[in-house]
Design a protein around this ligand. Structure first.
Ligand code: FAQ
Length: 310
């Protein structure tokens, strides 16, 4: 049966068609997707924290409403992605346990602090911008539930990116102090946002297989340089600069060249030693404990309903 399943799986991949939850799939495919999709879900949930910190301090009612909507969207993305991950066979409480015990990764970017209101602009523009550049190709991922989830998520990320851009634009056109605050936020988030695309291709153990399985469509470095090209023009409109002395377009390769990134810092953040890792996980554990009564009530209600039905 495995042999027939493998042959059918290979055929679906060769046709660039989709694998669905009930289809036979190699264990490695199931495992790498569970890893990537659940880590993506964890990123959305942990990613609520830097911005949630600023909801009470948003400079106007309108800004507050927009920021609240964005953070709620991220919660929605997380739930959506956990559902997609569960179709691969691992229940959500197990995935959650992996996050709370620090065994599962989530995006490095959310371990950096959001210090000023301008950081809401830089996060929207650069972090959501990088998320879109990485996730648009994932809409064509070979695993059906993941690809379909990505389509909806990318639509919302586009709104997020525009709202961040608009915050920076307004600050940049404001007082000298506001413009300085915007530039400072961009300076701090530029390099970490480039690291969101993952390690350089030569140090990316999962890329080759994930590309062969049509999960990833482009390499980490390829997406990174594309993203840089996108933001170069947008930075001009913003009247802000990117803190990268090596930044240029290389005619010969048709690619954007950027400065070398500090991969030691990236490794430290992944190992749990970034500026906010401990705080982010601590907050998530507290939120999980605070929600215990909701889970208990939902389970009791479900048991009662089942009893009645029986
Ligand atoms: N941070 O072999 P590769 C968002 C890990 S957007 C932490 O290249 P792969 C929206 C990687 O997991 C952020 N870990 O791995 C939002 C692997 O470790 P493992 C989330 C990283 O999977 C905006 C190891 O390094 N987006 O949340 C990172 O082929 C604003 C080796 O790396 C996604 O998750 C990193 N930056 O490629 C929310 C997108 N990079 O698991 C709130 C989907 C790599 O073997 C506010 N994911 N690692 O132990 C992907 O596209 C891929 O998983 C990559 C990594 C490209 C991230």
């Amino acid at each position: 049966e495995d042999e027939a399943g493998q042959a059918r799986f290979d055929e679906i991949i060769a046709q660039d068609s989709r694998i669905e939850p009930r289809d036979w799939m190699p264990e490695g495919y199931r495992k790498t997707l569970t890893r990537q999709v659940s880590q993506h879900a964890h990123s959305e949930i942990i990613g609520m924290q830097p911005e949630a910190n600023w909801i009470t301090r948003a400079p106007s009612l309108k800004r507050k409403a927009i920021l609240m909507a964005k953070v709620q969207d991220e919660a929605g993305h997380g739930l959506y992605l956990y559902s997609a991950a569960e179709t691969l066979g691992t229940p959500r409480h197990v995935l959650n346990e992996q996050l709370l015990t620090g065994r599962a990764k989530y995006s490095s970017i959310f371990n950096y602090p959001a210090r000023t209101w301008a950081d809401m602009g830089a996060i929207g523009w650069l972090v959501d911008g990088a998320a879109i550049a990485n996730q648009v190709p994932l809409c064509r991922a070979s695993y059906g539930p993941y690809g379909r989830a990505m389509v909806r998520i990318c639509k919302e990320e586009s709104f997020h990116q525009r709202q961040g851009f608009e915050i920076l634009l307004e600050l940049s056109r404001g007082t000298a102090e506001q413009k300085k605050m915007a530039q400072d936020a961009v300076n701090r988030f530029y390099e970490p946002s480039l690291m969101m695309f993952g390690p350089p291709d030569a140090d990316s153990p999962n890329s080759k297989q994930s590309m062969a399985w049509n999960i990833k469509r482009f390499s980490n470095d390829d997406l990174r340089q594309r993203f840089v090209g996108m933001i170069v023009e947008q930075a001009k409109v913003l009247g802000l600069t990117l803190p990268d002395p090596d930044l240029r377009f290389d005619e010969e390769s048709g690619k954007w060249i950027h400065q070398d990134l500090n991969w030691d810092e990236f490794k430290a953040v992944l190992a749990g030693n970034g500026p906010c890792n401990a705080q982010r996980l601590q907050r998530r554990r507290e939120a999980h404990e605070d929600g215990a009564w909701v889970r208990e009530a939902a389970a009791a209600y479900a048991a009662k309903t089942n009893e009645k039905a029986a």
